[in-house]
Structure formats: structure tokens, C-alpha cells
Design a protein around this ligand. Structure first.
Ligand SMILES: [Zn+2]
Ligand SMILES: [Zn+2]
Length: 150
């Protein structure tokens, strides 16, 4: 994805549409137990961006629980079709995770890491070439962009 490129996507029924501006902070496969439950899949592919980079047309419904780090995690999805759109939370605050499968063209991105491998199912295959982290890795790019002196 080039810096000038925009990512567009939406839910299954099309009631909710969104646009993401670059740059993307990270793209990861998340194998955590909550992602398995929330998506009904082995893992979910998430795009980390600052919340200001997402503009949404339509209003998702939300579900909030307590995540692995002890902070609140809110999942945003379409109230009509149930299509998952993005996740926000106390950690990492201003950053949100968009569900890559909701993009109109998910081939525009490619995952660079696998996280929460401790919860990964034996039948769920991930790219062995990617770095695998047992839980949530420290994400220097987020800290750097917060400081603004990177
Ligand atoms: Zn929908
Ligand atoms: Zn997860």
C-alpha cells in the first residue's frame, strides 16, 4: 500500500462503509481466544491505525468486555448483518484495529506478524515466515508516533 492509497471497506450488508487513510501502524494475525469467539474463526487479521485515520458512514453497534491486558476492549460491528468492522480499547488508546476481512479488497494489505500464539488452535495455520509472538508484543511504532519525534 502506497502512502497516497486509501483503503475502503464495509460490512456484509453494506449499511456501514468506511475509509482508512495511510500509514498503517501494523497488520497482524490475532489468534487470541476473544477473537476466536467474536469472529467464529481460528484467527482474525487486524490493521492497526490511529483512530483519526478511520472515517465511517453508518453507526456500528458495540460490545465491550475486559481484554487480556485488563483494559476495556470494544468491538464494533453492523447491527443488521453482524459484520465485524473494528476494535477499540483502553490499550492502546488512540489506536484501533480494523478487521482486514471487511476491506473491499483485502489483498491490498499483508500481515507482518502473528500475535497471541499462546491461544492458537493446532488446526489454524499461519505463515511460518512471519514473527510469532506468544501474546501482545511491544509495538515501538505506536510509542514513536505518540511522541511525535520519530
Ligand atoms: Zn451490515
Ligand atoms: Zn485477538
Amino acid at each position: 500500500m502506497s502512502d497516497a492509497e486509501k483503503l475502503v471497506g464495509g460490512c456484509l450488508c453494506g449499511d456501514i462503509r468506511y475509509e482508512i487513510t495511510s500509514p498503517l501502524t501494523f497488520v497482524s494475525q490475532c489468534c487470541c481466544k476473544d477473537c476466536q469467539k467474536a469472529t467464529g474463526t481460528g484467527h482474525t487479521t487486524i490493521i492497526g491505525i490511529h483512530k483519526d485515520q478511520l472515517s465511517m458512514d453508518g453507526t456500528p453497534v458495540t460490545y465491550t468486555n475486559t481484554g487480556d491486558t485488563g483494559g476495556k476492549v470494544t468491538r464494533h460491528f453492523c447491527g443488521t448483518c453482524g459484520g465485524r468492522l473494528y476494535t477499540s480499547g483502553d490499550h492502546p488508546g488512540d489506536f484501533i484495529m480494523v478487521q482486514a476481512g471487511s476491506l473491499d479488497d483485502p489483498a491490498q494489505i499483508s500481515p507482518e506478524s502473528v500475535i497471541y500464539v499462546k491461544d492458537k488452535q493446532p488446526w489454524d495455520l499461519t505463515d511460518p515466515e512471519l514473527p510469532h509472538h506468544p501474546g501482545l508484543p511491544l509495538r515501538p511504532p505506536i510509542e514513536e508516533s505518540k511522541r511525535g519525534d520519530a
